[in-house]
Each structure stands twice: as C-alpha cells, then as structure tokens.
Design a protein around this ligand. Structure first.
Ligand SMILES: N=c1c2ncn([C@@H]3O[C@H](COP(=O)(O)OP(=O)(O)OP(=O)(O)O)[C@@H](O)[C@H]3O)c2ncn1[C@@H]1O[C@H](COP(=O)(O)O)[C@@H](O)[C@H]1O
Length: 113
C-alpha cells in the first residue's frame, strides 16, 4: 500500500544498520557516512531542478516524478542518519496543515519583535 510507504521505507532504512554494504545500497551509504549522504541529497536535488525545467510533457513529468522519488528516498536516509525519520516530518506537515504560509510568517515575525 502506498499510503504508509514513507513509514515502511523509514523502517527498512533503520534495519539496514545491521546489513552488509556488499548487499545493500542503504547500508553502503550509511557506512560511507554523513558527507556522502549529503552529497547524494545535493545531487538528487539538482536533478529534480533540471527535470522540473523539462517537465512540459508526459515523459518529462514522468522523469520528474522519478527524480523526486530519488530525492525523497535519499532524504529518508539522511533523516535516519540524524536520528529521526519520516514520522517527524509528516507530523510537522500535519501541524502546519491549513495554516497559511503568509500567516505563519507574520506570527513568527511578531514573536521576534
Ligand atoms: N527507494 C529506493 C531507492 N531509490 C533510489 N535508489 C538508489 O539510489 C541510487 C540513485 O543514485 P544515482 O541516480 O545517482 O545512481 P548511481 O550512479 O547508481 O548512484 P551512486 O553510484 O552515485 O551512488 C541508485 O543506486 C538507486 O538504485 C534506491 N535504493 C533503494 N530504495 C529502497 O530502499 C530499500 C533498501 O534498499 P537496499 O538497502 O539496497 O536493499 C529498497 O528495497 C527500496 O525500497
């Protein structure tokens, strides 16, 4: 089922701490460490931007979806490395749901005065 795919993927990424880098791409990234993971997040973000510029037709949109999936996946690996996971990000989005970005920014600026 796709509705809990982020949670399921987060759980697999955490389990890969016990896996061998020979057999698992995630374990290989974890063994390589934070800088390598951040390098991958940066590469994937750049690929998303390039794909978004070229997403004017079905093939382009499909390529963009694939690049965003790569970025989300590598962000999950980064979150696990930092000791957190997708549940925390989903909870944050849930908290913000329905709150206009403009209203949120205004409230933040008032609290800093
Ligand atoms: N969702 C993904 C996923 N998305 C992308 N990728 C990998 O991320 C890499 C993307 O990097 P690039 O496009 O830069 O390709 P590359 O040149 O092969 O990468 P590098 O050599 O630069 O590392 C590819 O190797 C993809 O296979 C993923 N690898 C794993 N998963 C999930 O993670 C689970 C655990 O994976 P393993 O740890 O490999 O078992 C899998 O079952 C999947 O569900």
């Amino acid at each position: 089922m796709s509705d809990d795919i982020l949670a399921r993927l987060g759980a697999i990424i955490a389990e890969r701490r016990q896996a061998s880098p020979e057999d698992s791409y995630v374990a290989r990234l974890q063994a390589a460490g934070l800088n390598r993971i951040l390098e991958k997040v940066g590469e994937e973000a750049t690929e998303v931007i390039i794909a978004a510029k070229d997403a004017g037709d079905d093939a382009g949109r499909d390529a963009l979806v694939g690049e965003v999936a790569d970025l989300w996946f590598h962000c999950l690996v980064m979150l696990e490395q930092a000791g957190t996971g997708p549940e925390a990000v989903l909870a944050r989005l849930e908290e913000r749901f329905g709150l206009s970005g403009i209203a949120e920014k205004a409230a933040r600026e008032r609290s800093h005065q």
